[in-house]
Design a binder for this molecule. Structure first.
Ligand code: A3P
Length: 296
């Protein structure tokens, strides 16, 4: 995999104070100029907060729980990733979106201040999913180990520091979750938590349904709960990212559908690391009370 690492592992560069992959940065003016339609819906997350899960739920809600229709293409084609460059065989987010008619469902990891202004001017719906910092960090660590388009994560201890300092791709987790939280009423953002989705997926799927002005029966919601369980999605080739070439997502290191649990952080943080992290967390989150749970 040495050759692949040399080809990929794109470095991060600063875009308006946010570290983004240099490929995203090269394309930044086109991304920023994206014309949203009022009917477009944005699904926004910090990386590894449950984006793919939410995308699958939304697609099934839009198609009345029809599993076959929702296997028409990989997640990244059904719900394009706004700022991402082409990753063969998938075209860039902007190229896919150009060919789609509104209403389009669009994924992004951009912090709120970098979301193209058209989304706000057109009062687009935005579904935001947040995951507790420690599990989010653990998930991102494994992802950065296996995804050769991301910078090398380095050793665990250093990775924790980079997360705390906001030095990972898409920047600070703390600023990301707070940025959307502060604006959620004013901009009509549906703010969801990964932990709530794990605890009671039926309840959270109904919240998404109502936000999208859809009306599905309880039986269909139950079916969507089943179809979007970790176990079922892990085996669904159109939802588990198995189409990404092995030279890009190295399955010998980790898989995209890794564990899907709340509290896996307890297997990684030592008690001392956990205490140090919590003290820093209290400082970084002091100005806004976002009700995260690290265990359920
Ligand atoms: P883990 O690495 O903790 O397993 P994203 O889609 O934002 O990249 O997030 C990926 C994380 O969500 C991974 O977490 C992945 O396993 C988890 N995930 C994906 N589908 C899920 C599902 N249906 N239920 C629970 N977790 C899911």
């Amino acid at each position: 995999n040495k050759a692949a690492s040399a080809l990929y592992r794109f470095p991060l560069v600063d875009v308006q104070g946010i570290p983004l992959s240099n490929r995203i940065a090269q394309n930044w003016s086109s991304t920023w100029a994206f014309c949203a339609d009022p009917s477009d819906v944005l699904i926004s997350t910090y990386p590894k907060a449950g984006t793919t899960w939410t995308q699958e739920i939304v697609d099934l809600l839009l198609h009345n729980g029809d599993a076959e229709i929702c296997r028409r293409a990989p997640t990244a084609v059904r719900i394009p990733f706004l700022e991402i460059n082409s990753l063969p065989p998938i075209p860039s987010g902007l190229d896919l979106l150009k060919k789609m008619k509104p209403p389009r469902f669009i994924k992004t990891h951009l912090p709120i201040q970098l979301v193209p202004e058209g989304f706000w001017e057109n009062k687009c719906k935005v579904i935001y999913v947040a995951r507790n910092a420690k599990d989010n960090l653990v998930s991102y660590y494994h992802f950065d180990r296996m995804n050769l388009t991301q910078p090398e994560p380095g050793p665990w201890e250093e990775y924790v520091q980079k997360f705390m300092k906001g030095k990972l791709a898409w920047g600070s987790w703390y600023d990301h979750v707070k940025g959307y939280w502060k604006e959620k009423e004013k901009r009509n953002i549906l703010y969801l938590f990964y932990e709530d989705m794990k605890e009671n997926p039926h309840r959270e799927i109904v919240r998404i349904m109502l936000y999208l002005d859809l009306s599905l029966s309880d039986d269909i919601i139950d079916k969507i709960v089943e179809l979007t369980s970790f176990k079922v999605m892990k085996d669904n080739p159109m939802a588990n990212y198995s189409f990404i070439p092995k030279a890009v997502f190295d399955p010998s290191v980790s898989t995209f559908m890794r564990k899907g649990e709340v509290g896996d952080w307890t297997n990684y943080f030592t008690p001392a690391q956990s205490q140090m992290f919590d003290e820093d967390y209290a400082r970084q989150m002091a100005d806004v009370d976002v009700p995260f749970r690290t265990l359920i």
